[in-house]
Design a protein around this ligand. Structure first.
Ligand code: ADP
Ligand code: MG
Length: 467
């Protein structure tokens, strides 16, 4: 239960304080324990610095939302370094009134002390581009050189060479950065072009509002007027058939006029559940460029570049130390760097390995194993089959849902150390033979169906990568 509470909390936190702050600070701690009898919620931090920072900046966020998620009137928040009692400070609930929306300013809390925040240039306003994501701030390594080259080529030959271009790869590997870089470069070089960046969930909302307020023509006109359309995280369109339909028409109109379209997705369109076939095939018409996880040297280069952009210097050794502790996700890497820089700046020191160790700890990044494992599987299944936890737990036995459920069971057994019974409990299945049955069936399908097997290999790899 605590796993899902934490996941839900992270979701809310992302909306309230932004993805960045969540990656930097909230993900540095874990929901360690919840004691229902005393209503104490223990939040474990890797060191005193993070603990203090969380206390000052984010206590409100926790006391505002956790009670609701835990279904209790209030909680006592306890920040701890692990040993439960001695070093913990209890935060009493301030009030049970839930303030509307904000618990703090988004920008303020995730930027470094004394560092001005980077604003959006006025001229970029309409394009929704973030001016700091450019080609020059992007570090090229063998993991992303193909995607980088494709991005440059697209700018050079708008609408003529690779159309659409699709960036594909795991979370935090630079897809969004590249989309913005394309847009920023075009605005620079060809200011007459109309560039529009949009995430697909924003697109969906816009579409829904357009329907609701009878503005569908305006909506379509807006998108059809662009020269370059950059759509991020296309996977969110899964199961939104009406939106897909609207998007399909926009796509065709732009494509026919040789307007450039660029997408990102964290899963290959053909493996994406809940996408109508004709849209799938459109997405695969052009070039698919994958972005992979950076190797150590690239991670070091990225860290040094990011520090430089903040006006800080980072030694090779300190960069290597930080880089080694984070396996794949560049966003997490950046979060770690920001924590280290914040500590150094607050204490007036320069960044050394010792300081990095102090802030990040010696061990691997903190994650509660159980949470990552079960939720990780659910996330993958949702991505590939477009059914979430509610469907998987339901009694619905339609063919599609059953298969998704069996895939979930299969990977829960394969990838976690949990017992059949625990898996059964988690998925609301009393009889654990359901799970053994699922495993047998998936194994059999893997042998008989090549394409299905490829999908299982992919899910397997993605689970590995996300760990
Ligand atoms: P994705 O969209 O793939 O989830 P993002 O583009 O949001 O990932 O990247 C996450 C963070 O990592 C961003 O702050 C981005 O600037 C940074 N990043 C990722 N790859 C690189 C890179 N090669 N060079 C510089 N920064 C990078
Ligand atoms: Mg992204």
């Amino acid at each position: 239960m605590i796993d899902t509470v934490w996941e839900d909390f992270l979701k809310i936190a992302r909306q309230e304080i932004g993805v960045r702050a969540v990656e930097t600070w909230i993900k540095a701690v874990a929901l360690y324990r919840y004691d229902a009898s005393t209503a104490r919620v223990y939040i474990k931090a890797p060191n005193a610095f993070v603990k203090d920072w969380m206390q000052t900046h984010y206590s409100n966020l926790f006391t505002t939302h956790l009670p609701r998620l835990l279904n209790v009137p209030h909680i006592h928040l306890v920040f701890t370094l692990g040993s439960l009692e001695e070093d913990s400070i209890i935060i009493e609930p301030k009030s049970t009134v839930i303030p509307a929306r904000s618990t703090g300013s988004k920008e303020q809390e995730n930027s470094l002390p004394s560092k001005p925040k980077i604003g959006f240039a006025q001229s970029l306003e309409g394009s929704r581009l973030n001016p700091s994501y450019t080609f020059s701030t992007f570090v090229v390594g063998q993991n992303n050189s193909f995607a980088y080259a494709a991005a440059l080529a697209v700018v050079d030959k708008l609408g003529k060479l690779y159309n659409p271009l699709l960036f594909y790869g795991g979370s935090g590997l630079g897809k969004t950065h590249l989309l913005h870089a394309i847009g920023n470069e075009i605005i620079q070089k060809q200011p007459s072009k109309i560039v529009l960046y949009q995430t697909s969930d924003r697109f969906i909302n816009e579409f829904i509002n357009a329907i609701r307020f009878d503005k569908i023509h305006k909506f379509q006109a807006k998108y059809r007027a662009v020269d370059v359309l950059l759509i991020d995280d296309i996977q969110f369109m899964a199961n939104k058939e009406q939106t897909q339909e609207a998007f399909f028409h926009i796509f065709n109109a732009l494509y026919d006029e040789h307007k450039q379209i660029v997408f990102s997705s964290d899963v290959l369109p053909r493996h994406l559940g809940g996408l109508v076939d004709r849209l799938k095939s459109r997405l695969e018409w052009g070039l698919i460029a994958d972005v992979q996880a950076p190797l150590l040297e690239t991670k070091i280069a990225i860290l040094k570049r990011k520090a430089e952009l903040q006006g800080e210097e980072l030694s090779d050794e300190a960069a290597a130390f930080i880089a080694q502790r984070f396996t794949t996700n560049v966003r997490e890497l950046e979060g770690a760097l920001i924590r280290v820089l914040a500590y150094a700046s607050l204490t007036g020191q320069i960044v050394t390995i010792d300081i990095a160790r102090k802030v990040l700890g010696d061990s691997a990044p903190q994650q509660s194993a159980a949470r990552v494992e079960f939720n990780g599987v659910i996330k993958q299944v949702e991505k590939h089959y477009a059914y979430g936890i509610t469907d998987l737990r339901s009694k619905n036995r339609s063919k599609d849902i059953s298969l998704a459920r069996q895939v979930a069971m299969y990977f829960m057994k394969k990838k976690t150390s949990k017992s059949l019974r625990e898996i059964g409990d988690y998925l609301d299945r009393k009889d654990h033979t359901t799970i053994t049955h699922a495993i047998t069936r998936i194994n059999q399908m893997r042998q008989e169906d090549k394409e299905f097997d490829a999908k299982m290999v992919l899910i397997d790899q993605e689970l590995e990568a996300s760990n």
